[in-house]
Design a protein around this ligand. Structure first.
Ligand code: NAD
Length: 280
């Protein structure tokens, strides 16, 4: 029987640990503050922002929200980011993506001070990760590592295949697995014979953005499968990049969707905010 990796439960544990840390910091007169900036009113972004605010409330992090109109210019947004960079009271700055087309996302990410880059998207954070220095780590891949560790799933020496090479999931995921001493292969849309490569993996991490793409022929018997994807299928039910029902009897452990990697992303964002306040 496969272990179903319960990301909801682990994220709750992490949030409870952070709540205690934040309360201790408060006793020392330190308040943790996260600024979340949303431009426009994309409905999915509004839900993500609300969930982040709820997590902040639970933990005791002060959340400062900016909801700016769609017409906000790049210069105006850069000015706000710069003000927040300078503010002594702000520990984390998060600009909710995607941004309207007239704003260059890379420029905004680069404008955020690396000391407050709690999303871990700044080139300096990415560079630090790749050369093994301390810095903020992109929240979703950091959450995957946390799940593996808290389930005592060994990583060192294991064969790991990451499917997907995006800047926010696939690439940092591969770097983190390397840092944990796995042997890592990264696959992507141009990979030839994907199933042959992915079925070598002791740990298979899937971040492709295609609903229920990975079926049992992609998976080795007894593998650990981590599904980062999130979609709604034709029945409007949430599902991942992995066809869960099709692979579950072949694997030793698997993350479900929902309730697997998803809840970990916000928990790790909160972790980064608290770390930022503690390292001041
Ligand atoms: P992306 O679209 O930026 O990247 C997808 C990657 O998959 C690309 O590198 C591409 O080369 C690869 N790919 C596409 N088709 C492929 C194929 N047929 N075979 C092999 N590789 C293929 O996506 P992303 O931002 O990395 O997100 C991936 C998934 O994870 C999405 O479903 C997204 O919604 C989800 N996601 C979830 C969370 C979370 O908190 N759970 C966070 C971020 C992303």
């Amino acid at each position: 029987m496969a272990t179903i990796i319960d990301g909801k439960e682990i994220s709750k544990q992490i949030k409870d640990e952070l709540r205690e840390k934040v309360s201790n910091l408060k006793q020392k007169g330190i308040e943790v503050t996260l600024c979340v900036i949303q431009v426009g009113d994309d409905p999915a972004s509004t839900i993500y922002v609300r969930n982040k605010q709820k997590a902040c409330e639970y933990i005791g992090i002060k959340s400062q929200s900016y909801k700016l109109p769609e017409s906000t210019t790049e210069a105006e947004l850069l000015e706000i980011v710069e003000e927040l960079n300078q503010s002594e009271n702000v520990n984390g700055i998060l600009v909710q993506m995607p941004l309207p087309k007239h704003i260059n996302e890379d420029k905004i990410i680069e404008a955020i001070s690396p000391d407050k880059d709690v999303d871990g998207f700044h080139p300096q954070s990415v560079g630090r990760l790749s050369i093994g220095q301390r810095g903020f780590i992109s929240c979703t891949p950091a959450g995957v590592i946390e799940l593996l560790k808290r389930y005592n799933i060994p990583i060192e020496g294991k064969e790991c295949v990451v499917i997907g090479r995006s800047n926010i999931v696939g690439k940092p995921m591969a770097m983190l697995m390397l840092r944990e001493n796995a042997t890592v292969t990264v696959c992507h849309s141009r990979t030839k014979d994907l199933a042959k490569i992915s079925s070598r993996a002791d740990i298979l991490i899937v971040a492709i953005g295609k609903a229920e793409f990975v079926t049992r022929e992609f998976v080795k018997e007894g593998a650990v499968v981590i599904d980062v994807g999130i979609h709604r299928n034709e029945n409007n039910k949430l599902c991942g990049d992995v066809d869960f029902d099709n692979v579950v009897d072949k694997v030793s452990a698997i993350t479900p969707v929902p309730g697997g990697v998803g809840p970990m992303t916000i928990a790790m964002l909160m972790y980064n905010c608290v770390e930022s306040a503690m390292s001041k």
